[in-house]
Design a protein around this ligand. Sequence first.
Ligand SMILES: [Zn+2]
Length: 101
Amino acid sequence: MKRLYNAANLPEAHLVAGWLVQHGIRIRILNANATGALGELPMDAAAPQLWLEDPRDEARARGLLEEFRAQASGPSRPCPACGEDNPPVFELCWSCGKGLP
Ligand SMILES: [Zn+2]
């Protein structure tokens, strides 16, 4: 196992992990249940961490991570069905589950 990424929070960790898994990278989220320990541990230790199950995936995973960041920094997309804003990497609306254009 090799640490790949420190997420800011659990939703971000799941978003990034989902993106990597979609591309065939096996990933584990550690510290996923550590939120209750915030304030007792240094922030960095309590933040969810993404670990590669296979360290040989690292180069590809880092490339995907950059691609994810580039897309995630783009404009959000409103859902045509319900009007909620969705992060640009989402393919389905988080609110109503309809496909996004
Ligand atoms: Zn929607």
